[in-house]
Design a protein around this ligand. Sequence first.
Ligand code: FES
Ligand code: FES
Length: 166
Amino acid sequence: MYTKLVSFVLNGEPVSVRVDPFELFVDVLRDKLYLTGTKKGCGEGGCGSCTVLVDGAAVNSCLLPAMRVDGTSVETIEGVEENGELHPLQTSFIEKGAVQCGFCTPGMIMSAKALLDKNKSPSKEQILEAVSGNICRCTGYVKIEDAIEDAARTLRKDAVKGGSHD
Ligand code: FES
Ligand code: FES
């Protein structure tokens, strides 16, 4: 079968992996690159648990042919912490009770990060829009929205202090 070597930046590190034309990126991440933080729920674009960032945009990796990531920069939940410290989104999700079973959490955080990377003062509507493709069966959405608002506050404070997390 025809295969192709795709090369891209994954969580800041260059990687190359051989894929076939039918492979989906979520499967390559989990089964070939062993990054199992990205979850596979519905497998058809309906739940958001497989969300990763491709060139900064939140994407359902279960719908993304792996060949399409060639030349891109990809961020997964494993790349969100910095220097061994949790990202404010991760801290806020824990502190605000926005995690129960945790299956949706990586996808939620990646969708929220796509928003906060561009806009650290989002409105409630913008937050809800950012996670509108992510389903949570456990928490309801209020605590998730609270956590994202809380993380945005932390990021604004960090920006004043000259911190990173961009
Ligand atoms: S597993 Fe990709 S959207 Fe559900
Ligand atoms: S915490 Fe269980 S699905 Fe969201």
